[in-house]
Design a protein around this ligand. Structure first.
Ligand code: 5AD
Length: 364
């Protein structure tokens, strides 16, 4: 094992070295976090960009073993926001100068759903006069759908790979045509080809995952040359098949430390990408999102879903902000960012710098 300081000095991030970094103890981890903070300051600056999050629908055609909105979970009420409700959320995000909006949903491929999203995208452009940046997170879709949504105004897309190791992927998902590992990878690639700022990410500390898997996940993101990343700790949900393995998972403390190290190492490896400080961080520990910002994240996503729907969008248990109105979330997000020592970047889209840099470097 090579000392953390030497790895950071030499800047060679192969699998073995990344494993060493992920295994670093609390004393050594300090160096990783210091280096990530230095790089973040230099390449990203002091600003945190916001994305007003709309959880459009919890209807989902998939059956991921970890997820509370999987179609086999009969214990939740399924909803889809009406255009009126969505318009209100768009106006809230725009009136408060968040700069960007994220539409997240269960994975549906019907023409009805695809055209509803298309209509929503037109509405966002219309209401905000094109001021708002638009990210979609609506799962695997055909290239044609990705193109339609791109043309309707979306320009960023987040599709998590969840695990870049094929064997581990099938511990988290049923092995069938609807949950095909290669199809998912192809979908991420097709997003890039369609011209989206493309993001992916993984769950950290999920059952059967190893430190080696996590090192591979970071290399996967680097090799794919992604523009954005959203990753966070796995949180067990009692109404899912993976709940039975809760006793063989990493401890909560280990998941927290691993998540922070994953963010910090990714920031060191991919200096100019956008990294989200995710809600799951906050679910795991109070103050988790603040810690993620300090570890290298630069994006926060205040929830603007009408509060009466939020409990039904429980991907995992104890999600924070369940009973808060959007206004409260705004206040708490601002306080959080300032407490972490950063500044809210209002009225800016906050596109990934990496996206522009990769376009420039592929043009020369
Ligand atoms: N714990 C943590 N993250 C989860 N997600 C879904 N279920 C869980 C869970 N139990 C994440 C997945 C998905 C995103 C929308 O939420 O990574 O891509």
């Amino acid at each position: 094992m090579i000392a953390v300081e030497n790895i950071l000095r030499e800047r060679i991030f192969n699998k073995e070295r990344i494993v060493d970094l992920l295994n670093a103890d609390a004393n050594e981890s300090k160096f990783i976090f210091e280096e990530a903070a230095r790089i973040k300051k230099k390449y990203i600056g002091n600003k945190v960009h916001l994305r007003g999050l709309i959880e459009l629908t919890n209807k989902c055609s998939k059956n991921c073993f970890y997820c509370g909105i999987a179609s086999s979970n009969k214990k939740i009420n399924r909803y889809c926001l009406s255009m009126d409700e969505i318009e209100r959320a768009i106006k809230f995000t725009d009136d408060n100068n968040y700069g960007s909006i994220v539409i997240q949903s269960g994975e549906l491929q019907s023409e009805e759903f695809v055209s509803y999203v298309e209509k929503i995208l037109h509405k966002i452009v219309e209401i905000s006069w094109g001021r708002l940046g638009v990210t979609l997170s609506c799962g695997e879709q055909s290239e044609d759908t990705y193109r339609r949504w791109r043309e309707a105004g979306a320009h960023r897309y987040l599709l998590r790979i969840e695990s870049s190791d094929e064997n581990h992927y099938y511990k988290l998902h049923p092995k069938n045509a609807k949950h095909n590992f290669q199809t998912r990878i192809n979908a991420i690639k097709s997003l890039k080809e369609t011209g989206y700022q493309t993001g992916t990410g993984v769950m950290i500390g999920s059952p059967f995952q190893t430190i080696e898997n996590l090192a591979d996940d970071l290399l996967f993101m680097r090799d794919l040359d992604i523009d954005m990343c959203g990753m966070g700790p796995y949180i067990e949900h009692e109404d899912t098949p993976l709940f039975q393995y809760k006793n063989i998972c990493f401890s909560k403390e280990d998941r927290l430390q691993l998540s922070l190290k994953m963010i910090a190492i990714l920031r060191i490896m991919m200096k100019d990408i956008n990294i989200a400080s995710t809600t799951a961080m906050q679910t795991l520990v109070n103050g988790g999102r603040e810690m993620a910002l300090k570890a290298g994240a630069n994006i926060l996503m205040p929830n603007t879903t009408p509060s009466n729907y939020r409990e039904n969008y429980s991907l995992y248990k104890n999600k924070p902000g369940m009973d808060e109105e959007a206004e409260d979330s705004k206040q708490s997000i601002e306080t959080l960012i300032e407490r972490a020592g950063y500044e809210v970047a209002y009225s800016e889209k906050g596109n990934a710098k990496h996206y522009y840099n990769r376009l420039v470097s592929s043009a020369v």
